[in-house]
Design a protein around this ligand. Structure first.
Ligand code: 5AD
Ligand code: SF4
Length: 461
């Protein structure tokens, strides 16, 4: 699980307006984000909404009046981490009794009022579609009322908002293109926490991309639970991708997450036709066994998935492919597991996110199947999957030795300001020496070393 601790590069001006109440004057809030990129994008919306109401963002939770924890519910582990963090904030309240703590996002949506009862430290909860109401929830909390808004919406896309970018480098930006998910994969909690699928207008997406480019951003990642289902009037995902690519040849475009059942050759073709659309596709397979895929309600077979990978490799041979895999889903046999291993080898993924199945309350799998794979078997299978992927990632990086890539410089390394890092089109991180003035610029780098996780190289003059 990736944990993002969001720091800000926001401007410090106090935004005045009729909606700003005197008692909010310079109230400081701190926001911390767990989970996926979509949550990071949501936190950027929350910052925008609260700044408009006169609240001021701080990077230091110790000096904040309000702490917001934007949460993930996709696996139990993610929730346990948040619970641990809440204990820290409970202790903080002992020294700062006026501190208010609010929980945002999927975990709050899943648990609703129940969590308020279990966690007295919490003053309010807002689900993913309730962020416009956040200032009201905070105001209620200020007068001692604990409040919850977990109303899901069929229309809310926050399409009119201008997110406050939280990425310090000012180079890469996330743009949500759709919210929610209608797929109902049996293991997943997301359709229950993020509600029905809805797409944002293409115009608002293009405007946001143009705006980011004008501010100096050089890469946008289009985000949705299933980007391939994007549809606004007559604009489908392939058309949208083309429109975003047209914003500027100097703006890199990435997207996540694709869904095998809906992933079309049209999208692959648009990628092939546009140099600035990055050659990297994240196509979660979950399992290599058709029997498991059926139980997972994924809507495709092993063969269908393989056909999609073949199409990518045929149309864009240099495209990097990554995936998500779940080990030990309900009733998974050794043979099912072997199917996953053989599919991984066949696909030869560049990278993968790999998880043990984690039962989630009240979704289809929990209500209909037994979580019957013993923990040690889940662990063994996951280890085998991780080991295989580590070897394949190592081999994939080895293939890059001696190659020269165009790299968008994203920042300096933590250890030295003279070390830069960026990514190539295939989404691989490359580290090399250079001047920090190059952040936000494209440079050519030749790979001369590698590890399983990163490439190291030298910049061409
Ligand atoms: N247990 C384990 N992994 C899960 N994922 C989603 N739900 C679960 C679960 N209940 C994984 C899937 C998905 C990724 C975002 O998280 O692989 O693609
Ligand atoms: Fe969950 Fe499936 Fe939707 Fe992804 S596509 S969010 S796994 S239900």
């Amino acid at each position: 699980m990736i944990v993002f601790f969001l720091l800000t590069n926001t401007d410090n001006t106090f935004q005045c307006g009729a909606t700003v109440k005197y008692n909010n004057f310079m109230k400081k809030f701190y926001i911390e984000t767990y989970g996926c990129q979509m949550n990071v994008a949501d936190s950027e919306l929350v910052v925008s909404l609260l700044q408009d109401k006169g609240y001021k963002l701080t990077e230091n939770y110790k000096e904040s009046d309000i702490i917001l924890v934007n949460t993930c519910a996709v696996r139990e582990k993610a929730e346990l981490r948040v619970r641990g963090k809440l204990t820290l904030y409970k202790n903080l309240k002992k020294t700062n009794p006026n501190l208010k703590v609010g929980l945002l996002g999927c975990m709050g949506q899943r648990t609703k009022d129940e969590l308020l009862e279990q966690e007295p430290v919490l003053d309010f909860i807002a689900g993913p579609d309730a962020y416009r109401d956040l200032h009201n929830l905070i105001e209620k909390a200020e007068i001692g009322q604990r409040a919850v808004n977990v109303q899901l919406s069929k229309e809310e896309t926050y399409g009119d908002l201008k997110p406050v970018r939280l990425d310090k480098n000012g180079v890469t930006a996330f743009i949500s293109i759709s919210r929610g998910c209608d797929n109902m994969c049996s293991f997943c909690i997301v359709p229950f926490t993020r509600g029905r699928e809805r797409s944002r207008s293409d115009k608002s997406i293009i405007d946001e991309a143009k705006n980011a480019f004008e501010k100096g951003y050089r890469e946008v990642t289009l985000l949705g639970q299933n980007v391939d289902k994007y549809k606004f009037e007559d604009v489908d995902f392939a058309k949208l991708l083309q429109k975003v690519a047209n914003v500027s040849k100097k703006l890199r475009v990435r997207f996540s997450t694709s869904y095998p059942h809906d992933f079309t050759n049209k999208v692959i073709q648009v990628m092939a036709d546009n140099e600035n659309i990055c050659k990297s596709i994240h196509l979660p397979v979950q399992s290599g066994s058709t029997r498991m895929l059926e139980k997972m309600k994924r809507g495709y077979t092993r063969e269908w998935y393989m056909d999609r990978i073949s199409a990518i490799k045929k149309i864009i041979p240099e495209c990097a492919i990554s995936t998500d895999i779940i080990a030990g889903f309900c009733s998974e046999t050794d043979d099912d597991h072997k199917d996953t291993i053989s599919l991984m080898k066949w696909a030869n993924y560049d990278t993968a996110f790999m998880f043990k199945y984690s039962e989630r309350p009240n979704n289809y799998a929990q209500r209909n199947y037994a979580d019957d794979i013993p923990e040690d078997v889940k662990s063994e299978r996951l280890s085998e999957i991780i080991e295989l992927q580590s070897n394949m990632s190592y081999e994939s990086n080895k293939q890059d030795l001696g190659k020269t890539f165009e790299v968008l410089v994203e920042g300096t390394s933590k250890r030295s300001e003279k070390r830069l890092f960026g990514r190539n089109s295939q989404n691989k991180v490359i580290i090399f020496d250079g001047n920090k003035k190059l952040v936000g610029k494209y440079v050519n780098v030749t790979v001369n070393k590698f590890t399983q996780a990163t490439l190291l190289g030298e910049m061409n003059e």
